[in-house]
Design a protein around this ligand. Structure first.
Ligand code: AMP
Length: 537
């Protein structure tokens, strides 16, 4: 590795900072620590340091990965123990270069090469430094500085408005670069890093709709609904002959998707940024499972063969730049019109503008029948908010149902005063026979049902609390929900989003309650779509 120059910041500074960050829960303190640290760095150290502190190693837009599995790490650790290495001081740049070398190791002996590199890196580290390195390797720094705190630290270090830092991050997709520009080029330079062709930006995101009334109310009585396609989101940039395609996670996937590049070249404009969804299909054009699409995304070799094997279909739904003009702040309604002018109708996502709930429902049924996931509802006057999740875009999916046991009931307030009407819902852990809570709801029952349920809860009570009763888990209810989330609040580790009781299942007993295993399975299925695959590429 390179010799240390007097100016190089030792890696020990990151280990020390990590401990200081861990020692405080105060956000302001963390921000101040980060700001002071950032200001102490040389320009070429900033980006690597930022990545190491947030536990990323590489920028989000960087497709490289360490590819170090548990076995390799274990061997490297054992090797380190045996070796009598004299600890030499490690700098931030040493660590960043070593990680780059590990990621770039390829060929037949790459596993061994990675292990050796890792061994030599760990061998040079002190115990504290080693802790930080290991956390980085596993991508789980969890030292209380997520990206949000780091953004604020950068703002504090430079005096630049946190919102400006955040926006720049959406366009650059690399917090390290953001920090470097903020510290060494200033606010104006950061601001000028807006939308640029051939450089990816973070996509606008949607919130889950609670119900269709909410959608229409939020969107002012009128909304555009589009099929929610079950594929992978891409952004297609063209500048003259150059075409680049990026995934939702901002990786460059151009070379895996030649047919998308060909489509981009065929369109009658020389500069644009389009957004859409690619779906893998069979030879009849029917959507294929998501895994098949992932295989296409991952392919780097044998693209021609996989083009034959897994054809792709492109559905476009947004246009953000055309012929020298950014449309980011242009209302969605006009962006769609510009999109219609640019691309042939068969490339457009199926869409309707509606004012009535019934029209959303019938379009939803149509989308599901055609094998899609649901609908997106988009507010017609909304600008494109880069990288943000909000109510301008809603996702509408059919609710999933689970049969759950009521394990406790709370007294209601307001209109529900005097009724045991807020129910604790639980799945059955098939291994232990215990019930594990996954949420509460007071939604879905009529007044008459609350009345009888109050009596039933009293009769099943096992203990009384200030707020109500714990009860024997005998009443089974069918519960609709829109999403399963990870949650520290309940013993199961999961929570249901927008849970509501669809009906009381008197035909079912506690042994019919959905199991913990099924809950986990449903979550994994959902997670497969959301967090994995092209989204992570
Ligand atoms: P989710 O991943 O559940 O948060 O849903 C948002 C994702 O749905 C987006 O990132 C897109 O990949 C995908 N999607 C499918 N169809 C559309 C559409 N018509 N408009 C926007 N996003 C869509």
């Amino acid at each position: 590795m390179t010799p240390t120059t007097p100016d190089d910041t030792p890696f020990a500074r990151i280990a020390e900072l990590t401990q200081q960050l861990e020692a405080t829960t105060k956000r302001l303190k963390k921000r101040a620590l980060l700001a002071a640290f950032l200001r102490s760095l040389r320009r070429d150290e900033v980006a690597p340091a930022v990545h190491l502190v947030i536990g990323r190693i590489f920028a989000e837009s960087d497709a490289r990965a360490l590819n170090v599995g548990w076995a390799t790490l274990k061997k490297a650790l054992d090797g380190t123990k045996q070796a009598t290495l004299v600890p030499r001081s490690l700098t931030i740049l040493d660590v960043s270069r070593a990680f780059a070398q590990i990621a770039e190791a390829h060929g037949a002996d790459s596993t061994k090469a990675r292990r050796r590199l890792l061994e030599s890196l760990l061998g040079r580290a002190s115990q504290d430094e080693r802790d930080v390195l290991l956390k980085n390797v596993f991508g789980e720094m969890r030292i209380g500085v997520n990206e949000g705190v780091m953004l604020e630290g950068i703002a504090d270090a430079t005096g630049i408005d946190p919102d400006a830092v955040r926006t720049a991050h959406m366009f650059l997709g690399d917090l390290g670069r953001v920090a470097e520009i903020a510290l060494f080029e200033g606010a104006d330079a950061l601001r000028s890093r807006g939308l640029r062709l051939l450089a990816p930006m973070k996509p606008m995101l949607a919130e889950m709709a609670e119900d269709l009334d909410e959608v229409l109310a939020e969107h002012g009585g009128e909304t555009a609904i589009e099929y929610k396609l079950d594929g992978a989101r891409i952004q297609i940039h063209r500048e003259g002959d150059a075409v680049r395609v990026f995934s939702r996670r901002l990786s460059d996937v151009t070379s895996s998707l030649p047919e998308i590049v060909a489509i981009a070249r065929s369109l009658p404009a020389s500069e644009f940024l389009l957004e859409g969804e690619v779906v893998a299909t069979d030879h009849e054009g029917k959507p294929l499972p998501f895994q098949d699409l992932m295989r296409r995304f991952r392919r780097v070799h044998g693209i021609e063969a996989s083009k034959e094997e897994i054809p792709l279909k492109l559905y476009l739904f947004d246009l953000l730049y055309v012929d020298g003009r950014s449309l980011i702040d242009t209302p969605y309604r006009l962006r769609w019109e510009a999109l219609e002018r640019l691309v042939p109708p068969e490339l457009l996502t199926a869409r309707r503008v509606v004012q009535r709930k019934e029209d959303i429902e019938s379009f939803l049924q149509e989308a599901l029948a055609a094998g899609h996931e649901g609908l997106m509802a988009k507010q017609l006057d909304s600008a494109y908010s880069v990288g943000k999740r909000g109510k301008k875009w809603f996702k509408i999916k059919p609710a999933d149902h689970l049969d759950l046991a009521i394990v406790a009931a709370e007294w209601g307030s307001g209109r529900r005063e005097g009724w045991l009407s807020n129910y604790w819902l639980a799945v059955r852990d098939e291994k232990t026979g215990e019930f594990q809570m996954i949420g509460k709801t007071f939604k879905g029952l009529t007044d008459a049902e609350f009345e009888t349920m109050t009596e039933r809860m009293r009769s099943l009570a096992t203990s009384e609390e200030r707020w109500g009763f714990h009860v024997r888990p005998e009443v089974v209810v069918e519960v609709a929900h829109n999403e399963i989330q990870r949650s520290p609040h309940y013993s199961s580790g999961f929570a249901l989003r927008f849970a509501r009781i669809v009906r009381i299942r008197d035909d079912k007993g506690p042994e019919d309650v959905d199991t913990y295993a099924r809950l986990k399975q449903l979550y994994a299925k959902q997670f497969e779509r959301k967090g994995r695959g092209p989204d992570e590429l």
